[in-house]
Design a protein. Sequence first.
Length: 466
Amino acid sequence: MLSMTIDGKPVDTIDAFDVVNPATGQVEAQAPECAPEQLDRAMASAQTAFGEWRRDDDARRTAMHALADAVDARQGELTELLVQETGKPLGVAAGEVASAAPWIRYYADLEWPRRVVQDDPSALIEVEHRPLGVVAAITPWNGPVGMWSWKIAPALRGGNTVVLKPSPFTPLATLLLGEIGAEVLPPGVINVVTGGDELGKAMTAHPTPRKVSFTGSIGAGRSVAVNAAQDLKRVTLELGGNDAAIVLDDADLERTVGTLFAFSMFNCGQICCIPKRIFVPSGRYEEFVEAFGVAARSLVVGDPMDPATGMGPLTTRPQYERVSALVDDAISSGARVVAGGKALDGDGYFFGATVLADVAEGVRIVDEEQFGPAVPLLRYDTVEEAVQRANATCYGLSGSVWSADEDRARGIAGQLECGTAWVNCHALLPSHAPFSGAKHSGLGVANGEDGLRSFTEQQVVHTARA
Ligand code: NAD
């Protein structure tokens, strides 16, 4: 069994929990269950390490490059664990693992944010950024390695130390990342603990961290915010989305359907910021429905280790049951099944790539985040109506507009109430672009320079000269 990492050392536990391979539905590994006193030790270790780690930015940058190299050197093992615990197709898992080191290098090389707001004979006023302290980082099961890098890279560069907990559904690759981190970083700079939701609650209520960086569901995000409020920890919440994609009447059929469909099914539909409600103009509705159906029927669903596979299983049993229930509910509400529509026979949490037509608001799969391989196509008459319906939700993570006329599409994108609005693409997340959720989809900003700033405390240094 892989060990937790506390204070730079592998730590075993008395208790353990099962980890299921979603492609087989079988328990294939176990992970350590962190005891309360072990969490206290992890926090204490991170607090001690902070004293030195915060001091020397050049040393941090060097250490982060060493970490990136160490992660790259173990890509094969990390990918294998990631496939085993998430069911991602091999190529998708390898891509996620390959993205981790560049993310760390981006932050290692980023210029430290510093502003001068006044520099004249009367005063020098500088806006500086100071480390916060210990960061409690909590990740979801849909992208454990990617989310690890999204959190630790800006946290470490910001001069903070970290106690990180992955989802209990997918702890394995993150445990290995804990070991890798311990080989190249000073003890206590990154601690990895594993356990269930209660451990997450204990981390957010713990008196040591000065920031919580959380990615997960809106419900859990609320609980994190409440716990963090007790001692006013800084909070970044990256939460769920129910992204609208609005296709305009002049959109190119092949390009639009090809890209939208690929994103809506990426990672078996289990990505926060992919198209989850696709609005199509009435005049082109049947044409798009048919093209989506063709795309869905050509997607190979199966063994994640088979290179021919385009989509693996859902990652968890609860998610498999939820997606099944949402699709059944849509069908019983009158939705037309264009492709898929049901779970696949056999072991594992496989579900057919599903496209639903003649479905609209008031049906759960439209109103709620499905987080699975089932996408509804919604018919609209006017662009104003499509925008109004796209915005009529508590979600506000991201969205997209598709058109041959870039300027027209950008104008409409600007009307979407969401943190990122894409034009003729969706779910593209470069490390230098800030990422945030509007409304209930989040709080604070991740990624880019804004993401680094969010792992710091601002300090104004005001020097009077006259
Ligand atoms: P989840 O909220 O159930 O769990 C996420 C993590 O939080 C896990 O590690 C879990 O153990 C922990 N946790 C659960 N309850 C907690 C609590 N009360 N206090 C502290 N920690 C707690 O989410 P999930 O099912 O793992 O992930 C799926 C959700 O995550 C989807 O809604 C998806 O949209 C969202 N997500 C958002 C982003 C983003 O960047 N906005 C990225 C990926 C996933």
